[in-house]
Design a protein around this ligand. Structure first.
Ligand SMILES: [Fe+2]
Length: 589
């Protein structure tokens, strides 16, 4: 049985699952080159069907994530939640809802009424999606609409490899909720917790992101990085807006959307610093999320935790959740944001059909995330020739990349299938040696990025225990760079370029069976330097999506003035030469 999953919200995209295995998953931003694109994902649908070698008549079912949403017939780059102009009607709806939210305690029926009043708009979207799939793609299979949080939950559980698990989703909001909690026993889901969108912790993180001058629901990672530079001086203030009481998250400020932003601004002392506010929302979110998750982990519940939803894109929150007493294992779905909902919706439909004995169980542990397009050697060579770039074919591209990295060069790597999810995990990555602590200044300038988080390392799984403390419970989360670890003193000494002020790093632990070629580069680098880690940052320029095609890669390579491009088995050196001081690494004694 073949299921096509689609999501048309922020970071829209599509996925194909056949007989319980994820064959392809792609987000529209990579194909359209529009960052976090939202709208109907036509290119992604065509691409995942091509990658799965499936025709429209092979599709047995379509699973579309989110029941209640607006339809946008086209794709557009997402420009921040509270800044993005999504049309007069939608902007007005948010403004009115923000004003009315203070009345929600007095009139408890207001929130359901708000959704009921908008239901004709949601129904029109569902009709439009069915029509486009039929008329434009020739897909006649039934289309099922899957609850937003159920789709997050199935994405987490069915890729975790856990048998029994407690599954927690947390985000800004979707289908009227900001969190679901499920007890899952051998694939059977029972919902044990719920938080409404009004009581959303994720939204408060977004409001603070906006107050600090960044784009809400887009730049939250910058706040997480800034947090280590400040003091959490505003915890009491934030607790008077969003708190945890009697087992529930509560919006005690009784505000939402732009009304919340205005009230937060008015409540801050005149001398507030961005770093302190970032530290405050980060600490507050870690505490509230941990208390919320711990509350649902009663002794009779499964102690393996599977997480998804935008709040769990926050790698520090995930580390705090992993420290909750009694947590045996923790897994975070690699596509934890709404970009992962196509996979989740398809898995939810597989689950439903499995109950009817119509198909095999969805796959267990996720082997890797290389689920996007790949390009042939001929396509790569043609792209290089179009740009009149000279290239060589070293006997071993891996050994050559390792040599260049040890000499202190920056190497952009493009190889194999593109990653699914927000992180580049070696196939569309920029690599550098991890001992140079000045790298966070000069390389970010090259890439035209403003980041407050240091670059992240890729570390050989075999050497993870020497590099990080207490790795075991979240080992599979760390394969996908979804959690921070405390670094060992050896790691801090040998790899200062990737260690944050608070002594943590957010590694990708690389197994040979996940990515043999990338593993070989790091292994060869270790043989030369004694260090089993390299810097891995996503291969893209400022505010652009991660590169997808050879054409994208060459453009970003030239624009960023990077030293070398390793593309397939070809090596290209920068036509403009090396513009930064080389920091070669000597072998550790
Ligand atoms: Fe979500």
């Amino acid at each position: 049985m073949l299921v096509l999953g689609i999501t048309d919200g922020i970071t829209c995209g599509a996925a194909v699952i056949a007989d319980g295995r994820i064959l392809a998953a792609v987000n529209e931003e990579r194909l359209s080159r529009l960052k976090m694109a939202y709208g109907f994902p036509r290119q992604s649908i065509a691409e995942v069907l091509r990658l799965a070698k499936a025709s429209p008549s092979d599709v047995d079912a379509v699973a579309a994530a989110t029941i209640s949403n607006h339809f946008f017939d086209g794709v557009k780059a997402f420009d921040g939640w509270l800044d993005d102009d999504r049309g007069f009607i939608r902007n007005s709806v948010f403004a009115v809802a923000g004003r009315l939210s203070s009345l929600i305690d007095t009139f408890p029926g207001l929130e359901p009424l708000y959704y009921t009043a908008r239901s004709p708009i949601f129904a029109a979207r569902r009709r439009a999606i069915r029509r486009i799939l039929g008329e434009e793609f020739g897909i006649t299979a039934p289309v099922e609409f899957v609850n937003h949080h159920l789709a997050h939950a199935t994405s987490a559980y069915f890729t975790s490899g856990f048998d029994d698990a407690t599954v927690v989703t947390m985000d800004g909001g979707g289908d009227g909720a900001s969190s679901h909690v499920y007890e899952v026993r051998d694939g059977s889901f029972r919902r044990i917790g719920y938080t409404s969108a009004f009581n959303s912790l994720g939204n408060y993180y977004a409001y603070i992101t906006h107050v600090c001058g960044f784009k809400a629901q887009k730049h939250e990672g910058k706040i997480t990085g800034l947090a280590a530079h400040g003091e959490p001086k505003h915890l009491d203030l934030l607790d008077s807006f969003i708190t945890f009481r009697d087992g529930a998250l509560l919006n005690v400020g009784r505000v939402a959307f732009s009304a919340a932003v205005e009230r937060l601004r008015r409540s801050l002392p005149t001398s507030w610093r961005m770093e302190d506010l970032a530290a405050s929302i980060q600490r507050h979110s870690e505490q509230l999320a941990s208390r919320y998750v711990a509350h649902h982990l009663s002794p009779e519940r499964p102690r393996k935790l599977a997480l998804a939803g935008g709040l769990f894109a926050n790698v520090r929150i995930n580390q705090e959740v992993s420290r909750i007493p009694g947590v045996e294992r923790l897994f975070v779905h690699p596509g934890m944001t709404d970009g992962g909902l196509a996979v989740g919706a398809a898995l939810a439909t597989c689950m439903k059909n499995r109950k009817r004995n119509r198909m095999e169980a969805p796959a267990g542990i996720l082997q890797d995330v290389y689920l996007g397009p790949e390009y042939s050697p001929v396509e790569i060579e043609e792209a290089l020739r179009r740009h009149q770039l000279l290239f060589s074919r070293p006997t071993s591209i891996e050994a050559e990349v390792a040599r260049l990295l040890a000499e202190g060069h920056v190497v952009a790597r493009f190889d194999g299938r593109m990653e699914y999810g927000p992180r580049a995990l070696g196939n569309r990555s920029i690599l550098y040696q991890p001992a140079d602590r000045s790298v966070n200044d000069w390389l970010n300038k090259y890439l035209e990025r403003t980041e407050f988080m240091p670059f992240a390392p890729s570390t050989l799984m075999e050497h993870a225990a020497a590099s990080y403390e207490t790795i075991e419970p979240a080992l599979d989360a760390a394969r996908f760079m979804t959690i921070t670890y405390d670094c060992t003193s050896w790691m801090k000494r040998t790899c200062p370029g990737v260690v944050h002020l608070d002594g943590t790093a957010r590694p990708q632990l690389v197994r040979r069976e996940d990515n043999a070629s990338y593993h070989r580069i790091i292994e060869e680098f270790r043989r030369r330097t004694g260090v089993p880690s390299v810097i891995n940052t996503s291969f893209n320029m400022h505010e652009e999506p991660i590169v997808c095609s050879p054409e994208d890669a060459i453009r970003a390579f030239l624009q960023g003035h990077l030293d070398y491009l390793a593309i397939g088995d070809c090596l290209v050196s920068s036509p403009s030469g090396v513009g930064h001081p080389l920091s070669p690494m000597r072998h550790l004694e």
